[in-house]
Ligand binder design. Structure first.
Ligand SMILES: *Cc1c(COP(=O)(O)O)cnc(C)c1O
Length: 396
C-alpha cells in the first residue's frame, strides 16, 4: 500500500531524497564551521564541502566550478541574473526579450525593471507552448542586452528549442539566459552543448533541499559579467554576499550527483507512468492535453477537463491526490494560468486544467489509484454540472 494523498505536485517541490538528507546531517551540528572562516579546521571542512558541492553542481550542467554561484534558490538567482545584467550592460542598451509563459520570478523581475526604464519584449507562444524563432529574431535590436527563455515550463513541461535560441542569440551577440529550474536534474542539460550563458536552478525541484539554488555564469566565449544585488562580505566572488548555507549546499551537491548517476533510470521509470496516466485520462470525453506532446519533460502532464472546475475537483479529492491546477502560483488570487492563457486557452479551459507532476518516488500503484480516482471524480463532478448537461443535450 501507499500513503494517501498521493503526491503529484512534484513541479511545486519534490521530496528531499533520503540520501541527500543523510549527506547533509553532519553539517548542522558536527561540521558547522563558516565556510568563510580561513583560520581553523571547522572553516576548512565547511569550505571543502562547499567546494565539492560546487563541482557536483557544475558537473551536472557541464560547467566549471568557477562558473557556479550559490543562492537561496532559483528566484534569487533569476533576480541577480536579470537585474545584474541590466545594470552591467546599461551602456549597451536597455532591451530585454523574454516570453509570456515564463515563471513569475522572471516576469515580475522584468516588470520591475520596466518601471525603471527597461524596454521588455514578452514574446507570445504558439498553441503548442513553443516560441516562434522568427519572432524572437525579429524582436532583437541593437539595444538588446539579454534574451531570457525558460528551458522547460513548470506548468506544461514544454521544452523550448534552446539550441536554436542560443544560435540566434550568438549571431546577434546577445547574452542568452535560461531558467532551467524544471529541467536540471530531470533531463540532460549541458550549458556548452546548448550555448547557454546564464542558467538558474533550484535544489528542491530535483530531490534536494529547499532554500538553496545556483546561478551559472559563463566565464569565457563570452565572459558574462553581472552587478551584485547584495552588498556584504563579498562571498561567491563578490556576487552573492552572505554566509553560505553549508548544509543546503552540500544537499544540492548530493542531489546533483544522484541526478547525474540516475537520470536515465529516473526517466525510464517516470515516463511510462506519466504516459499511462495521460493516456488513461485522455480517454475521458472533452479532455485535452495542454502543450506539445513531443518537446516535453517526462514527469509533467497538464490536462484540461472541459466543463469541470479543476479547483472543485482538487478540493473534493485532496485527501486522495495532492495536485495543483495549471495556475499553481496564482490560484490564491483565482487568476487563470497566464501560461495557458498565453497558449490561447479560454478562461474556462484554463480553470478546467490540472497539472500532474511525477517524481522518482512515484509508483505504478499510485498512478493506478490516481487514474481510478480521476475517472470517478470527473464523472461525478460533471454529473452535477449544468454546463455539462447542456453540452450532453446539445449532442443528442
Ligand atoms: C520553482 C521554479 C522557480 C522558483 O524556484 P524557487 O526555488 O521557488 O526560487 C523558478 N522557475 C521555475 C521554472 C520553477 O519551476
Amino acid at each position: 500500500m501507499f500513503q494517501q494523498p498521493v503526491y503529484l505536485d512534484n513541479n511545486a517541490t519534490t521530496a528531499c531524497d533520503p540520501r541527500v538528507v543523510e549527506t547533509m546531517l553532519p553539517y548542522f551540528s558536527q561540521i558547522y564551521g563558516n565556510a568563510a572562516s580561513r583560520s581553523h579546521s571547522f572553516g576548512w571542512a565547511a569550505s571543502e564541502a562547499v567546494d565539492l558541492a560546487r563541482e557536483q553542481v557544475a558537473a551536472l550542467i557541464g560547467a566549471t566550478k568557477q562558473e557556479i554561484i550559490f543562492t537561496s534558490g532559483a528566484t534569487e538567482a533569476i533576480n541577480l541574473a536579470i537585474k545584474g545584467a541590466y545594470e552591467m550592460y546599461a551602456g549597451k542598451g536597455n532591451h530585454i526579450i523574454t516570453v509570456a509563459t515564463e515563471h513569475k520570478a522572471v516576469l515580475d523581475t522584468c516588470e520591475h525593471l520596466a518601471k525603471k526604464g527597461a524596454r521588455i519584449t514578452f514574446l507570445p507562444v504558439e498553441a503548442s507552448g513553443l516560441i516562434d524563432l522568427q519572432k524572437l529574431e525579429d524582436a532583437i535590436s541593437p539595444d538588446t542586452i539579454l534574451i531570457s527563455v525558460m528551458f522547460a515550463n513548470n506548468e506544461t513541461g514544454v521544452i523550448q528549442p534552446i539550441r536554436e535560441i542560443s544560435q540566434i542569440a550568438r549571431k546577434h551577440q546577445v547574452i542568452f539566459m535560461s531558467d532551467a529550474t524544471q529541467a536540471v536534474g530531470k533531463i540532460p542539460v549541458n550549458v556548452n552543448d546548448l550555448g547557454i550563458d546564464i542558467l538558474t536552478l533550484s535544489g528542491h525541484k530535483f530531490y534536494g533541499p529547499k532554500g538553496v539554488g545556483a546561478l551559472y555564469i559563463r566565464r569565457r566565449d563570452p565572459r558574462v559579467r553581472l552587478v551584485a544585488q547584495l552588498d556584504g562580505g563579498g562571498h561567491e566572488r563578490g556576487l552573492r554576499s552572505g554566509t553560505l548555507n553549508v548544509p543546503g549546499i552540500v544537499g544540492l551537491g548530493k542531489a546533483s550527483q544522484l541526478s547525474m548517476l540516475e537520470m536515465e533510470r529516473d526517466i525510464q521509470h517516470i515516463l511510462p507512468l506519466r504516459d499511462k496516466l495521460e493516456n488513461a485520462l485522455l480517454q475521458l470525453e472533452q479532455t485535452f492535453r495542454n502543450g506539445t506532446a513531443q518537446h516535453r519533460l517526462p514527469h509533467t502532464c497538464n490536462l484540461s477537463f472541459n466543463y469541470l472546475e479543476s479547483e472543485v475537483l482538487m478540493m473534493t479529492y485532496n485527501r486522495k491526490i495532492a495536485l495543483s491546477s495549471g495556475s499553481a502560483c496564482t490560484s490564491a488570487s483565482m487568476e487563470p494560468s497566464h501560461v495557458l492563457k498565453a497558449m490561447g486557452l479560454s478562461d474556462e479551459m484554463a480553470y478546467a486544467s490540472l497539472r500532474f507532476g511525477l517524481s522518482r518516488f512515484t509508483t505504478e500503484e499510485e498512478i493506478d489509484f490516481t487514474i481510478q480516482t480521476m475517472l470517478e471524480g470527473v464523472e461525478e463532478l460533471r454529473g452535477k454540472s449544468i454546463a455539462w448537461e447542456l453540452y450532453k443535450d446539445s449532442l443528442s
